[in-house]
Design a protein around this ligand. Structure first.
Ligand SMILES: Nc1ncnc2c1ncn2[C@@H]1O[C@H](COP(=O)(O)OP(=O)(O)O)[C@@H](O)[C@H]1O
Ligand SMILES: [Mg+2]
Length: 253
């Protein structure tokens, strides 16, 4: 069964006179890693905002694990582009948020889960720091740890690394693949960086046109674990150029 499926989903922003998402259908298999690429403003984040329930589709159905999302709670973890850590809360208090919302854990259980999550992302010892005491990469790892603490199998990551410098970004990509493989999550990841999409994805979902009616699935023929060296393979270089062409065509049309 698909972990996520869109069935003829449409969405129109109230201030617009057209459907930015137009009868979109697609599905995602459990355990996969897909990047969604498309030019800026084409509607990628809108797909996430409907998946997490922030926006309600005008028509169509969205299901997670075979059931409609309306009526389900905590079925996905969402990480927006800005890390959205509350500056006045410590890192530990920020990570406590999804646990407080779930109302399932005692204070001491929360503390154990938070310490384990911080250790897992290499931030042991940062629990009592405030977000502005961490580097950009560390803040994104903390935000990711918070997303993991939602306990959901489906993670929606919206351009999480786009504000990071190049070297931090590529080490975060390797780090994320390692997290994904160890925790067996399903990840949907929005980016406009084609190389990032190729490095991470089992297959790339390309937005070729706005309004979004389909996502074109392009498989990436590389095994995991991957190294950056794999990106220099001639077939992978060609794939990357093919994706760049698909996006560029949209800009010039
Ligand atoms: N709240 C809103 N009201 C009206 N239009 C919006 C709103 N949010 C986004 N849009 C428009 O919808 C389009 C898609 O937005 P978005 O999904 O954020 O694009 P992407 O993530 O692909 O860059 C954009 O052209 C944007 O201007
Ligand atoms: Mg966006």
């Amino acid at each position: 069964m698909s972990i996520l499926s869109f069935d003829n989903v449409s969405y129109q922003y109230p201030s617009e006179d057209f459907d930015i998402i137009d009868r979109l259908s697609f599905s995602v298999e459990p355990g996969s890693f897909h990047c969604i690429i498309g030019i800026s403003g084409c509607g990628k984040s809108t797909i996430f905002r409907m998946t997490n329930g922030l926006l309600k589709p005008k028509a169509g159905n969205i299901s997670v694990n075979g059931s409609p999302i309306t009526g389900q709670n905590h079925y996905c973890g969402y990480m927006p582009q800005k890390d959205m850590l509350f500056p006045w809360r410590t890192i530990g208090e920020n990570l406590a948020l999804p646990l407080e919302i779930q109302r399932r854990y005692t204070k001491s259980e929360q503390r154990e889960l938070i310490d384990a999550a911080l250790a897992d992302v290499g931030l042991d010892g940062c629990r009592d720091k405030r977000p502005d005491e961490l580097s950009g990469g560390m803040r994104q790892r903390a935000a990711f740890a918070r997303t993991m603490l939602t306990g959901s199998d489906l993670l929606l990551l919206d351009e999480p690394f786009s504000a990071l410098d190049f070297l931090t970004r590529i080490s975060m990509q390797e780090w994320l693949l390692d997290q994904w493989q160890r925790h067996k999550k399903t990840i949907l990841f929005i980016t406009h960086d084609v190389e990032e999409a190729v490095f991470l994805s089992s297959s790339v979902l390309v937005v070729e046109k706005t309004p979004i009616h389909t996502l074109r699935e392009i498989p990436v023929p590389m095994d995991y674990p991957r190294t950056r060296q794999d990106l220099t393979r001639p077939d992978i270089v060609e794939l990357r150029e093919q994706l760049v062409d698909m996006l560029r065509k949209q800009v010039t049309e």
